[in-house]
Design a protein around this ligand. Structure first.
Ligand code: HOZ
Length: 432
């Protein structure tokens, strides 16, 4: 596969951008080789600067759930650009967008738009602190909530892939206020809360983790968290940046029937444009300025172009409930096919899947938390990644990221993906 133009661009990029990329995982550092520079995408495919075509299994880390350059969203964006690109003033569209989110997400009574998931999570914990007048927060090892200081402690995603789950630059006092617990471990969480009784403002988690690879909550775990947070007056925050509008129209909270106090959203609600949001109970949200004293602001918040894209995306998802059934089926078929290939080749690796999110972990352990995720053989993953890339399948360039299926992955493409998977695993085995 030709890689001349991408390689050249990467060399040039490294002169002006740290590591040559604007987000670390993209550098292919943990899988080896040069990142592909993408020039366009349509439907299920990405096309790079050397004109290689790949089936996209990242979909911009989730939001391109309807595939790339989806016609109706493209039209709305085109229409919106004719009325200027930013006002820094309220718009009718953002009101419709807020109402739609409140209609669709069970726990959200009021919502504030921001520009990214990072902004949403940073604001949500500030709100939890303002509301409870307490300082500490709990996050889970391996969960990633964007790059706000408070979250870069035992962080997943790129922080884990790059080997810096605790980032330098985070002050000791910030770190002291972030308590971490292992995911899926009820006893450890109870102990942590007891030890810090009366001091915890909020608890944030990915109800299904996407940032240590795809990791599911064990049966009853989310319910347990809900109960303990209610009992201890801790604001429960579901970070649904990846799972929102993906695992169900109402996100993971609808799928699992567990209601958080606050929800953070991102990616999908911008239809691929930079958007995030946090929302929840009125009582909490009314503390946000200017209705209340907790300050948070932004010129680009509710940006009219982004709102146009997001609104159309949410309308499409609402008007086509069959999407979720189809995505679930595609996810199951891919996971089943990968497991079948592992069996046939007598390879003892692990597949986690729920709906349209999945991961193949290069470990024989059942992956339920950060420690188990870290048992993966990342070198073998890197080889597998590159074998798949050569066969035209673009996976997330890290073991510690979930993959995301779009509605454009049809039966024919599933076959192609599974064929590439079998061959790649076969080549891996032959190398051993
Ligand atoms: N760490 C992000 C996903 N979990 C990747 C963001 C990106 O590179 O676009």
């Amino acid at each position: 596969m030709k890689n001349k133009n991408s390689s050249k661009l990467f060399e040039e990029a490294k002169k002006y951008i740290p590591g040559g990329v604007n987000s670390p995982v993209r550098a292919f550092k943990s899988v080896g080789g040069n990142p592909r520079f993408i020039k366009r995408a349509k439907g299920a495919y990405l096309i790079d600067e050397d004109n290689n075509k790949y089936v996209d299994m990242i979909n911009s880390w989730g939001p391109m759930i309807l595939g790339h350059a989806f016609g109706p969203i493209e039209n709305e964006v085109k229409k919106a650009t004719k009325s200027s690109f930013s006002f820094g003033a309220p718009t009718e569209k953002e009101v419709r967008m807020a109402k739609l989110i409140c209609d669709l997400v069970p726990s959200v009574e009021m919502v504030r738009m921001v520009n990214s998931g990072t902004e949403a999570t940073m604001s949500a914990i500030r709100l939890a602190r303002a509301y409870t007048v307490k300082d500490k927060i709990i996050k889970f090892e391996g969960c990633y909530h964007g790059h706000g200081d408070a979250f870069l402690i035992s962080a997943g995603s790129g922080a884990l892939s790059m080997g810096h789950p605790d980032s330098p630059g985070v002050t000791q006092s910030t770190a002291n206020d972030t308590l971490t617990a292992p995911y899926n471990n009820k006893e450890a969480l109870s102990e942590l809360i007891t030890k810090n009784k009366g001091k915890i403002a909020g608890l944030i988690l990915e109800p299904v983790v996407g940032n240590m690879g795809c990791v599911l909550p064990e049966t009853g775990y989310l319910e347990f968290i809900r109960e303990i947070c209610t009992k201890e007056k801790i604001v429960l925050i579901f970070d649904e940046v990846m799972t929102g509008f993906r695992l169900a129209l109402g996100g993971a909270q609808e799928r699992f029937g567990v209601t958080p106090d606050l929800t953070t959203m991102g990616k999908i609600i911008g239809g691929g444009m930079p958007v995030g949001a946090y929302g929840g109970k009125k009582e909490l949200m009314e503390m946000v300025s200017p209705s209340g004293p907790m300050y948070q602001a932004g010129t680009l918040s509710g940006n009219p172009i982004a709102m146009s894209a997001g609104l159309e995306m949410l309308k499409q998802l609402k008007n086509h409930p069959e999407i979720y059934k189809n995505l679930d089926e595609a996810g199951q078929e891919i996971a089943y096919g990968i497991k079948a290939a592992l069996n046939e080749l007598e390879l003892n690796y692990t597949v986690n899947q729920i709906g349209s999110m999945y991961s193949l972990f290069f470990t024989d352990q059942t992956v339920t938390d950060y420690d188990k995720a870290k048992t993966c053989d990342t070198q073998t993953f890197g080889k597998y990644f590159n074998f798949m890339l050569e066969k035209g399948i673009y996976l997330a360039p890290s073991q510690f990221e979930s993959l995301f299926i779009s509605t454009r992955i049809d039966k024919k493409l599933i076959k192609k993906i599974l064929k590439a998977n079998f061959q790649s695993l076969y080549e891996l085995k032959a190398q051993k």
